[in-house]
Structure formats: C-alpha cells, structure tokens
Design a protein around this ligand. Structure first.
Ligand SMILES: CC(C)(COP(=O)(O)OP(=O)(O)OC[C@H]1O[C@@H](n2cnc3c(N)ncnc32)[C@H](O)[C@@H]1OP(=O)(O)O)[C@@H](O)C(=O)NCCC(=O)NCCS
Length: 151
C-alpha cells in the first residue's frame, strides 16, 4: 500500500537525499547534485508556492517523493523513489494519487517529461494511466512527453 503525505519543512533532508542519488541525478535534466544551500532555497520555494504541491510517498515508511507544479495550461509532475524501493510498483501508485490530487486541486491536465533513456519511468507512467504525448529536447536531452489520459 502506498500513501501520500503532504511534505513539510522536516522533509527537506529526504528530498535532498533523493535529489543527490546518483541514478536519479544521471536521469535528470541537470546532472549536477544540488548543494544543500541551493536545495534549501529550492525547497522553500516549492513548499511556499501557490503553484506547487509536494508529498512524501510512504509505504508505510518513506519510500520517495512526488511533486507537481502548475503552469498556465497544465501541471508537471516529478517523482523520485529511493533506489531500494524501485521496481516494486510504488511509483505508479504514487503517480496515480498525485495526479488525482492535482486534478482535484487545479482541474488541469498533468504532464510528465521523461528522458528518452529512462525506460523505467516511461513504464511507470504508462502503468499510472499516462500516454505518449510528444517529444522535445530539454537541455540537450531527447525527452518524451507523457500526459495523463483522463483529463
Ligand atoms: C521511475 C520510478 C518512479 C518508477 O517507479 P517504480 O516503482 O520503480 O516503477 P515500477 O515498479 O512499475 O517499475 C517500472 C520499471 O522499472 C524497472 N525496474 C525494476 N526494478 C528496478 C530497480 N531496482 N531500479 C530501477 N528500475 C527498476 C523495470 O523496468 C520496471 O518494469 P517491469 O516491472 O516491467 O520490469 C522509479 O524507478 C524512480 O524513482 N526512479 C528514479 C528517478 C526517476 O527516474 N524519476 C522519474 C523521472 S521522469
């Protein structure tokens, strides 16, 4: 079972730990690990923003994080699980729940940007009900756009 708990200031270290994890870094658009100072600023903005929602993924212990950001016509979603909890089906469940919360809060379509070389992520988003939407080059990386199929 997977639940989402709204993130708070005490979760700043957990978000940083996951953001610095080598595989997640290698599959991200900015491969350099964030400094603690940079992360603090980023996290404060995330929690304080009217245009963002962030959760800790629990099962029942923390297994990852997921957050969404509102844009003009859609919301974007990001997810990151700890290495030892990947491949167990937690990701699709967390994505489904975050997507549902986002649609309830904002009534917008939800978009995921997935690097072409991140096959596990494409599988997980497909399992959560996302479909291929298009492609783009982001910071030099060929990227697939997936969108939740039920708006
Ligand atoms: C992408 C991610 C959220 C998917 O969640 P998940 O819970 O691992 O998803 P699933 O359990 O459905 O597994 C999806 C696929 O991951 C792959 N996988 C399996 N074990 C894995 C492991 N230990 N580590 C990484 N990927 C694994 C498999 O290809 C699996 O597909 P399969 O079940 O058909 O073999 C999660 O792996 C993760 O946090 N990865 C690192 C960060 C990341 O890439 N975030 C997304 C950026 S767009």
């Amino acid at each position: 079972m997977v639940t989402l708990r709204p993130a708070n200031l005490d979760d700043m270290g957990w978000f940083h730990t996951l953001a610095c994890e080598p595989t997640a870094r290698a599959l991200s658009f900015t491969t350099e690990a964030p400094s603690w100072l940079g992360h603090r600023m980023w996290y404060a903005e995330l929690l304080g923003s009217q245009d963002a929602l962030a959760w800790v993924v629990e099962s029942p212990e923390p297994v990852g994080v997921v957050y969404v950001r509102r844009r003009a016509k859609d919301a974007t979603i990001s997810v990151n699980l700890s290495p030892e909890t990947r491949g167990k089906g937690y990701g699709p469940l967390a994505i489904e729940q975050a997507t549902s919360h986002t649609q309830t809060a904002w009534g917008l379509p939800v978009t995921a940007y997935i690097r072409f070389d991140n096959t596990p992520s494409a599988i997980a988003f497909s399992r959560a009900g996302y479909v291929y939407w298009g492609s783009a080059t982001i910071k030099g990386h060929f990227t697939l756009t997936y969108r939740y199929r039920y708006v």
